[in-house]
Design a protein around this ligand. Sequence first.
Ligand code: G6P
Length: 369
Amino acid sequence: EQIEKGGYEHFMLKEIHEQPNAIRDTYRGRLLANEGIIRMAGIDDNLEKFLNANRIIIVACGTSWHAGLVAEYIFEDLARIPVEVEYASEFRYRNPVITDKDVVIAISQSGETADTLAAIKLAKSKGAFVFGVCNVVGSTIARETNAGAYTHAGPEIGVASTKAFTTQITVLTLIALKLAKANGSMSKTVFHSHLQELELIPDKVKEALKADKHIKEVAHIYKDAKNCLYLGRGYNFPVALEGALKLKEISYIHAEGYPAAEMKHGPIALIDDQMPVFVIATKKGHYEKVVSNIQEIKSRSGKIIGIVTKGDIDVKKVADHVIEVPETIESLTPLLTTIPLQLLSYHIAVMLDKNVDQPRNLAKSVTVE
Ligand code: G6P
């Protein structure tokens, strides 16, 4: 097992650090930035299905559902296709309206999650075209779907999902870009610049990982918190949900993710000087609005940890700590802002002496209801 961990103390830490390569493996052979092409057989062969779809319904569970939420922003913003994101466990039992004009995308790292599989079967029985985004090659969901694209993240052993999440977002970005170009929602020039920026992401993730030492110091300060709040807007709202989930899963600290602006309708009542609030406040994406949300937290004595773009000035002035990530285009920020939140949860769990790779009560893949 020590050999499998490749010198890291835990699989989770290894998998966090594998992300630059995992993301590169995800787009290898698919993203041809110089030629301005995205090649994905599963999409190319079924392009008409996607282009004629009334909407895309994404079904998933857990972290994969968070990747689905990020994809909702990506597909609607870039490709102008209406998207609904559903917990597979709710979708399968709520008698949903599905027709043969719907495309369903099922996201699953393991490809074995029982609820997701049942949602796929239901959608297929109603005539929808079902596309799978799985990591495990040959898994049940990969076989049950009409077509699909693997994430190629390599084995993920840690129960708390890390590289599966960022590689799912990468695949979904590739699909959205391909559709945006095919349906004319994106100009050739903008498409090219997206491809070039996506190609730079692995190096930027590598840079984001360099903040590890500083993140460990921040983790040490907040490790004894009883509750934490995670806030983000737009593309980074699902990242806030994922950040909170990571902390809950492995450190057993109660954490909630919320859209930053929605805070005033509830969670703001919880804020006092004992409440760390992790706020994603990158330059691209409602920056001024998030800064004013941060001021609202500050005036209630909350402790603010900002996830900011390198060189940020405004958040630094008001936050207790900032963690920097490199700059990128808005739709790709989740791939970077997720990294410090993964590391933070990891370090807090280690400091609290928790079983990081196999947290209590959780399973890597939930194959029963
Ligand atoms: C379990 C795992 C999570 C995962 C979820 C969905 O709860 O602990 O990490 O996100 O299942 O799994 P899937 O394999 O379908 O992505």
